[in-house]
Unconditional design. Sequence first.
Length: 380
Amino acid sequence: MVELNKADKPERKIHAPSLVIGMATGIILVAGGYFVGSSSIAPVSLGTANQSPGVLMENTVADIAESVSKSVVNIDISQKYKMPVPELFFYAPPGFKMPGDNAVEREAKKNGSGIIIRQDGYIATNNHVVGSAEEIKVTLSNSKTYAGKVVGRDPFTDLAVIKIDARDLPVAKLGGSKNLRAGDWAIAIGSPMGLDHTVTLGIVSALGRSLNELSDVSLIQTDAAINPGNSGGPLLDIHGNIIGLNTAIKDNAQNIGFAIPVDLVKEVSEELIAKGKIARPYVGIMMQELDSSLASSLGLEDNVKGIVIGAVKPGSPAEAAGLERGDILQRIEGKEVLSSKEVQTAIRKHKPGEKVGFLLLRKDKLVPLELTIGEFPDES
């Protein structure tokens, strides 16, 4: 059911093939959640003295929801945009235009969720929640509202951190995601369709999911119901620990949602708070995998392996190193690469400024090149 409305085009639905990553608008939004930072509250105590920790009892979910909800916030976003005005004159001569820019200014309002990750006002959420918002309003569980400011965003992991001017805030306990198993209990809290602090229960359905929209992240799949507006809210285990940040749902299925693992959320959030951005390695090439059909069209032998450089972006590290359109990239640092995914994996092991050795096949000759990794350009 999911559709995504971006902040810059509030009235237009942006629909991914089978997944929508988005924040709830007055119409539709996508599921999600997020958290990060250091914990400043005691671990959640589940049930009564007669209950064993981690065992799902009558009051377990309610106790977790009551405790963790204090650190879950509602995020309201507003952004102004211009909408064209229909021509007023039906019998205007050809070529006639209304004076001015013929558009009126409108304001779009959307909402999502977030998690308090530090007592001094830092909140983790999705990048697609805050997007290019002009105004951010954060509402705490006690109904107090604050103006929010974006500290940093990372489109590659769909994570962001915002800040409010507040102190001594309740912080949820961040757990770990390395030891999760399919079948573990999962609890989601958020503000679907603006209904703040909604709690749903399910399980971890699968691990290591990969989506085109978040190719850099191995996601947690869950059947805990998450809906438009949940984006930025937490996914928790049966101990009340945050294990992931809800970020997306399948738009053509029921109860198939995805969360960013908490270990990645911690890492990215800490760097966003410290530096305001994540320095991503950048080469600047368009790639195409070499199959028999493409090899034949290029006049190559069937046993030639590698990745075809389809284009080299102007001003990129690849252009500076001398890569050319039509080159066959065969090895990176001496290791054979057979797919674009392998190239991306190899490049991500390096930081901007580091030098990497490429081996190319160019017009039947092997050409070794040294490339200096650049930093991925900021979003425009």
